[in-house]
Ligand binder design. Structure first.
Ligand code: ATP
Length: 317
């Protein structure tokens, strides 16, 4: 399996504050890899080191085999970067912003014109190609940033919180287009996010970062299996005294969460538990409105990992 990006024990201090603490991971060619973590976890700092905006305090990284510290120009040659804050040229038109970026990458006129047009169409910006950067909303600026990062046809695209604070339409368009380019052009994507649903939906593998350290790396499915006991049964009732079922007393219940017309029961054996609940409800003449078993979500994994159980004092050294 080809490795396109490797982080090797990256460390970054701000003064005496340790923001990134020996972060190591590998990203394989063609995958969508997410860096998921709470605010302040060290995601942006890691991306800035890997993309050459910050020098690491120690450690290094490789992009396409080139060392980001010793060979920064080669390492950056085939990457595209969309930073957390959109920084388009506000005096230039949408079209000129994209063309300027292509020219900086030495893309010939015919290719940049074709690719620029394709990208503006894909991101629904073509009608605004003559609009100045300053006239764009946050969502439109973010889409323009993507066009600027993609016009050079990068092998590896870095996206820092690509959909944070955007409206649903812009967020979906960005997500769908990234996935399409990943599939059609085999472009590897490295994205940072604190949006768990986004990581779950589009990523092949996820690294969870917490307080500057990697807490877990795996596929969303494998991470979910870490917290198998967070399987659950959700049941709601049409009416009646459903509390009389005393749900906490059912076999295998590990935790109960009340819902507006029912409850959610956490259990490692949700199928068996659902049968017990249904049988008991029938016996008491209660009408079940909805009953379903749920697998743990990535959110459950995330809460489990970042809730203190795996903090460094207990887990390391
Ligand atoms: P967010 O999701 O909020 O963007 P993040 O995971 O990207 O957070 P970073 O921005 O990398 O986290 O910040 C990591 C830590 O470093 C935080 O504690 C933050 O306060 C601190 N930090 C970030 N930038 C600086 C800076 N320029 N000077 C001092 N400390 C900083």
């Amino acid at each position: 399996m080809n490795i396109i990006l490797e982080s090797k024990e990256l460390v970054r201090y701000y003064g005496t504050h340790l923001a990134v603490d020996r972060v190591s991971f590998e990203v394989r060619c063609g995958e969508i890899f997410a860096f998921l973590g709470p605010n302040g976890a060290g995601k942006t700092t890691t991306v800035r080191m890997l993309t050459g905006f910050f020098t690491p305090s120690s450690g290094t990284g490789l992009i396409n085999g080139h060392d980001i510290v010793r060979e920064p120009t080669e390492a950056r040659r085939h990457i595209g970067v969309v930073p957390e804050e959109a920084n388009v040229y506000v005096d230039l038109s949408v079209w000129r912003n994209v063309m300027l970026m292509a020219e900086l990458h030495g893309i010939d006129k015919r290719t940049r014109t074709e690719r620029g047009q394709e990208l503006l169409e894909a991101f629904d910006l073509y009608d605004r190609k003559e609009h100045e950067g300053r006239s764009l909303s946050k969502g439109l600026k973010q889409r323009l940033m993507l066009c600027m990062a993609l016009v050079s046809g990068p092998d590896l695209l870095f996206l820092d919180e690509p959909t944070s604070g955007l409206d649903v339409k812009s967020a979906r368009l960005i997500r769908d287009t990234i996935v399409r380019m990943n599939k059609e052009e085999n472009m590897t994507v490295f994205l940072t996010t604190h949006n768990i649903a986004e990581a779950e939906q589009i990523c092949d593998r996820v690294a969870i970062i917490d307080e500057g350290r990697i807490a877990a790396i795996d596929t969303p499915d494998a991470l979910r299996s870490v917290v198998a006991s967070r399987r659950s049964v959700e049941v709601t009732f049409s009416d009646g005294d459903y509390q009389s079922l005393s749900p906490e007393g059912f076999q295998g219940v590990e935790e109960l969460k009340p819902l507006s017309q029912g409850f959610k029961l956490y259990s490692a054996t949700p199928g068996r538990l659902a049968q017990q609940v249904a049988a008991s409800a029938l016996e008491k003449g209660l009408e079940v409105q909805n009953i379903r078993t749920l697998e743990p979500s990535l959110e459950d994994v995330f809460v489990h990992i970042t809730s203190g159980k795996n903090k460094r004092s207990e887990n390391h050294e």
